[in-house]
Design a binder for this molecule. Structure first.
Ligand code: NAD
Length: 510
């Protein structure tokens, strides 16, 4: 166990990074919204929250920018995103470090998050030449039917603390090549990385030259600022990432004004270890999936179902890995598990562990780790052997808790696997083709992500990302997720000399 020394000043390091990235000191000092580093609990900034009137004006400006940007040819729009990718490459070390400072991620995960931003830029640049629709057979002679895709408008982006920059980039890169403007309300727990990301985009905008003013803007503030975005009539799509609680509030408000929603909400991800599983591989995948990012990924593995024939081989090894994993200051480079984001996360974890005990669970780990800072919340990841799929197992607790359950029957375990509200990510470890295919089939995993011999977390940007049920149903990132950021028009053109009506309808007037 690493007991980390408190660094001289994390705030000073954050300030130096922000300075290098071109963020003015006035942008993060003297305001009402305090930002902290979970690594020590130290305050890193105080930002000014935008008022409702300011937020409204920003959205209006974004709408004006959209009206210009939508007429710029898509490959030229892609050029802006190409430049953004270049700037991100140049700023990767600094932004990755700031992600570690603000979200508490270990260095490789902080850098990995920026790599995702770079990857989505590459994807979006290619996409800027592929925003095509179908040509469809028409039943009428001398006609042509096709679909065209048009820019949508101002895209509102609301993001969570645990992927403070990548989620914005997933949305912004696609939205921009699709001809939209973007307004981003980052998590109030990670506003500095938002300022830094925006500054990096501003560099690309400057090099691009003639993009309209207000094309990409940030709204600093808490949920009340997010609500302005959600309710504004000039925002036709809000892509909101966060808890299912947030989605329950945001979803109906958007529906009320018939706006589109991409909801990327909580996960309660399950993994199944079958009798034929490669246990060495499963062990590593489970360890990263459950303990990585201190259990604070939407795709974190939270429920593990192990076949009773391999339980006694796998679970003791897992317990050993849990007992020996290094917990501590992620900036020191030696730890694999960094801090929880704040006290609330710690309290929620302890509450879930108490409930698990009340439901007959045996808890290994879960204690607070002293790093010498009263305001930082480090914990030993918890492995909880549960007698049944009940109680806190059914809910997402955003902390490193892995519930382990024994199973004997494949149909039964599939039923338990799917018997939770969330439907984000899932995986199966098996070398049995029938089990693997069944897991991926219509009556298998009900999640938006279903993997074989890979853990639940760490998705690539090339696939569409998102989940079903209480995860919200949204998709972003790769595949054809771009379609949500555009409006589709079906066009029928008559180049004949007559006017046949569809379905053989006749309507002859004198
Ligand atoms: P959160 O729901 O507390 O906050 C997320 C964002 O929503 C913040 O920016 C917040 O200000 C805003 N918000 C909250 N209520 C709002 C409202 N009524 N109107 C407008 N905006 C509102 O979530 P968090 O604690 O930052 O993040 C952790 C949660 O996010 C977990 O549940 C995790 O699973 C989920 N998450 C999901 C995904 C995904 O892609 N499915 C990705 C990352 C995180």
């Amino acid at each position: 166990m690493n007991i980390a020394a408190k660094p001289a000043s994390i705030a000073a390091e954050a300030a130096a990074i922000l300075d290098r990235l071109g963020v003015e000191t006035s942008a993060y000092t003297g305001g009402d919204l305090k930002s902290f580093s979970p690594i020590t609990g130290e305050q890193t900034g105080s930002l000014k929250t935008v008022s409702t009137a300011e937020a409204t004006a920003i959205i209006d400006r974004a709408d004006a920018a959209f009206r210009i940007w939508r007429l710029v040819p898509a490959p030229k729009r892609g050029e802006l995103v190409r430049l953004f990718g270049e700037e991100l490459r140049a700023a990767k070390a600094d932004l990755g470090r700031l992600v570690s400072i603000e979200a508490g991620k270990i260095p490789s995960e902080g850098l990995g998050e920026v790599q995702e931003m770079i990857d989505i830029c590459d994807f979006a640049v290619g996409l800027s030449r592929q925003l095509y629709g179908l040509t469809i057979a028409t039943e009428r002679p001398g006609h042509r039917m096709m679909e065209t895709w048009h820019p949508l408008g101002v895209i509102g982006i609301i993001s969570a603390f645990n992927f403070p920059v990548a989620v914005w980039a997933w949305n912004a890169a696609l939205a921009l090549v699709c001809g939209n403007s973007v307004v981003w309300k980052p998590s109030e727990k990670t506003p500095l990385t938002a300022l830094a990301s925006q500054a990096i985009l501003e560099r690309a905008l400057k090099r691009f030259g003639d993009a309209p003013e207000g094309l990409a803007q940030v709204l600093i503030g808490d949920r009340t600022v997010g609500e302005v975005l959600v309710d504004h009539a000039k925002v036709p799509l809000v892509s909101a990432t966060g808890s299912t609680r947030m989605g329950r509030e945001v979803g109906p408000r958007l529906a009320k004004r018939f706006a589109r929603a991409i909801l990327e909400l909580g996960g309660n991800n399950g993994g199944i270890v079958c009798p034929s599983a490669d246990l060495d591989m499963a062990l590593r995948a489970i360890a990263f999936g459950a303990m990585g990012t201190a259990g604070q990924r939407c795709t974190t593995l939270r429920r593990l179902f192990v076949h009773d024939s391999v339980y006694d081989q796998l679970v003791p090894r897992l317990k050993k890995a849990y007992a020996s994993v290094s917990v501590g200051n992620p900036l020191d480079g030696g730890a694999l598990v960094g801090p929880l984001i704040d006290k609330l996360a710690f309290d929620n974890m302890q509450k879930a562990l108490s409930e698990a005990k009340a439901h007959g669970g045996t808890v290994h780990g879960g204690e607070r780790v002293d790093t010498g800072s009263a305001d930082a919340y480090y914990v030993k990841p918890a492995l909880v052997e549960m007698p049944a799929h009940t109680g806190p197992v059914l809910e997402e607790t955003f902390a490193p808790i892995l519930y382990v359950l024994k199973y004997s029957d494949f149909d039964g375990v599939l039923a338990d696997h799917n018997a939770v509200g969330a439907g984000l990510s899932s995986s199966i470890f098996t070398l049995n083709m029938r089990e693997a295919e069944r897991f991926l089939a219509a009556d298998g995993s009900d999640c938006g992500i279903a993997n074989v011999n890979i853990g639940t977390s760490g998705a690539e940007i090339g696939g569409a990302f998102g989940g079903e049920k209480e995860t919200g149903g949204g998709r972003e990132s790769g595949s054809d997720a771009w379609k949500a950021y555009m409006r589709r028009a079906t066009n029928t053109v008559n180049y004949s000399t007559s006017l046949p009506l569809a379905q053989g309808v006749s309507f002859d007037i004198e």
